[in-house]
Design a protein around this ligand. Structure first.
Ligand code: NAP
Length: 266
């Protein structure tokens, strides 16, 4: 199946007004799939108009605060009767760069909501419809921070670790039903929020930084590989990580088999 047949006719990109989300929306539209572009502000209307103009597909802008509990209901209302074959959970960076106790609790809870509860609600709703149709994709944007905690990243690493394990499990459950699940692990990437956070921390931006278009392209091209791919690395290249995407796939399958056998216990 080509991309549109597998993941069309509509895709949702949550956090689509700039950075990698903008690139995902454009990459999806370039493959002939209509895009519902969500953000909480920013140049969303202009971006949707430019996607429609540049690629000749329908692009709809919808203002939704993904940190709000009602976000999923708003998204479902915007979708209406459209058939969504791809959900990209993109928004979810760290905006604070602070130690846990020095940050406002409300801000941490918003970060948790965007990265976990809204992502889970969307996966449950749209993943369920995809499973019923026997095709589709869930692509969650992750970070190398998913593998290890560290100072000034307590909530961010916790959220991204949650997403990693969630996607690995969901991949095993949905693959027999033709639905692809991918957690795309990014390193430093040239997005407005990356530079804003560096400024907040009083640090210079790195020059060794990925392009958001390249990252999105890799995600869309490797969606069927799942459950984890590392931006800038081939499936069998572990780079600085413990395992490559291919090794992780084997380990997740081994874990799944062990769970199915009750971990070998009588
Ligand atoms: N950039 C990096 O170096 C880097 C590195 C590793 C991983 N990542 C991951 O890449 C993804 C994208 O990161 P990013 O740097 O582009 O910043 P981001 O803030 O996670 O994503 C930006 C997009 O999300 C939207 N957004 C943010 N909060 C929202 C909310 N509450 N409700 C609705 N939309 C919201 C923004 O629009 P509005 O602000 O207008 O709402 C914008 O369209 C994240 O998951 C991040 O963890 C990034």
């Amino acid at each position: 199946m080509d991309f549109k047949a597998r993941y069309g006719p509509w895709a949702i990109v949550a956090g689509a007004s700039e950075g990698t989300g903008r690139s995902f929306a454009r990459g999806i539209a370039a493959r002939g799939v209509g895009v519902l572009m969500l953000a909480n502000g920013g140049p969303l209307e202009e971006e949707a108009a430019s996607v429609a103009r540049d690629f000749g597909v329908e692009a709809i802008a919808a203002k939704v605060d993904l940190a709000r509990p009602e976000a999923i209901d708003q998204i479902i209302a915007v979708v209406g009767t459209r058939e969504v074959g791809l959900y990209v959970s993109n928004a979810g960076t760290d905006y604070f760069g602070k130690e846990f106790l020095d940050g406002e609790l409300a801000g941490w809870l918003d970060m948790i909501a965007v990265n976990t509860s809204t992502m889970v609600k969307a996966a449950h709703h749209f993943g369920g419809l995809m499973r019923g149709r026997g095709r589709g994709g869930l692509l969650m944007v992750n970070s190398g921070a998913c593998y290890m905690g560290g100072g000034r990243l307590a909530i961010y690493t916790a959220c991204k670790g949650f997403q990693l394990n969630f996607c690995q499990s969901l991949w095993t459950e949905l693959r027999p039903h033709g639905v692809d699940v991918l957690s795309l692990v990014l390193g430093k990437t040239d997005t407005p929020n990356y530079h804003a956070l560096q400024r907040k921390k009083g640090m210079p931006s790195s020059t060794n930084i990925a392009s958001p278009d390249d990252v999105a392209e890799q995600g869309l091209e490797s969606l069927a590989l799942g459950p984890v791919q590392h931006a800038g690395l081939a499936d069998d290249d572990k780079g600085m990580f413990t395992w490559s995407g291919a090794e992780m796939r084997e380990r997740v399958l081994a874990m799944d088999a062990a769970i199915a056998q009750g971990f070998g216990k009588a």
